[in-house]
Write a protein that binds this ligand. Sequence first.
Ligand SMILES: Cc1ncc(COP(=O)(O)O)c(C=O)c1O
Length: 381
Amino acid sequence: MTIPFIDLQAQYRALQPQIQDRINRVLEHGQYIMGPEVLELEQKLESFTGSRHCITVASGTEALLISLMALGIKPGDEVITTPFTFVATAEVIVLLGAKPVFVDVESDTCNIDARLIEAKITPRTRAIVPVSLYGQPAHMDEINRIATRHGNIPVIEDAAQSFGAIYKDKRSCNLSTIGCTSFFPSKPLGCYGDGGAIFTNDDALAKAMREIRVHGQSQRYVHSRVGVGGRMDTIQCAIVLAKLERFELEIEQRLKIGARYNDLCDSTGIQRVVQRDDRTSVFAQYTVKVSDRESIQQHLRTHDIPTVVHYPVPLNLQPAYRHLCCPDCTPVAASLADRVMSLPFSADLNATHQERIVRTLKKYRLPRFKLRLQQKARARS
Ligand SMILES: Cc1ncc(COP(=O)(O)O)c(C=O)c1O
């Protein structure tokens, strides 16, 4: 029996009456754009994260774009970020004519290495965008300290994968100037289409971001600034509201499943992404590090175990971005891109399946000729 990579159906079954009731209510009142569920969700997410403002938007990508627009990022500006992330993080910077400046990552957590940021700050640096990868917040205190020291550079946490995670008693999304998340269906809190949200404690930025979300409109048909069509549909907000009822329980389940995977990997010698003590990851992905990845993926596939690579190529090596950065300036990200592999994970993954996944992974044997090549390479070095 194939183990699903993410089991959205099990989650749907657990919440079916609430989700259907929420959708039906929207169908009955008919306010598909900016209906009452939009404000209700924003208020609930403000109290969940502790942020003063939540602005729901059309996607995680739109959340990042609107945030950068509100900060006035323009051609010639530089924005510091990580190359080891989903493309949207850098894409929005380039869309505004600015330059992403890639900083290498930590080999254990795969998050941006805060110690390397300061050396990349120039008079043109206008923002820092760390990503809380795989569900684990980046080292936000250190990043905020650096940003403050250099004239209060705004920090945007790309928390598309980490909604619900905790860093030193505070929720991800409420750890810096702005936090952006995604409600893409496979995220820890997902809708059934595209959706996202922006968080901030800054009143002026919140006002700007609300306007940018609706074509820069400050009053009906008064377009005070350039904006985008970036609203989140009422139905998607209604779905997130229903899922929010089970979210705390799902976070607990995710933590248990993550801890069980850690134990299984550690006891069998499988290398994995490390979680730091001051952070609670929500395990958007459970990621291990392997050599000979393609053959291992094939081996797991033949045992009905799907895997996904997040991410096979760092952004500074992607065709559309490589002219922006020297190819070997982020060696840790390059090495991780060759080795990372995410295992099936969802809040409803059971212990039997987890044990089967790790046991099957452990059983993989390197073909003899590859073993000999490895031994020779080791002997040479
Ligand atoms: C780190 C990161 N940033 C941004 C995004 C973009 O979010 P969305 O797909 O909702 O536009 C994603 C989504 O995969 C992501 O993982």
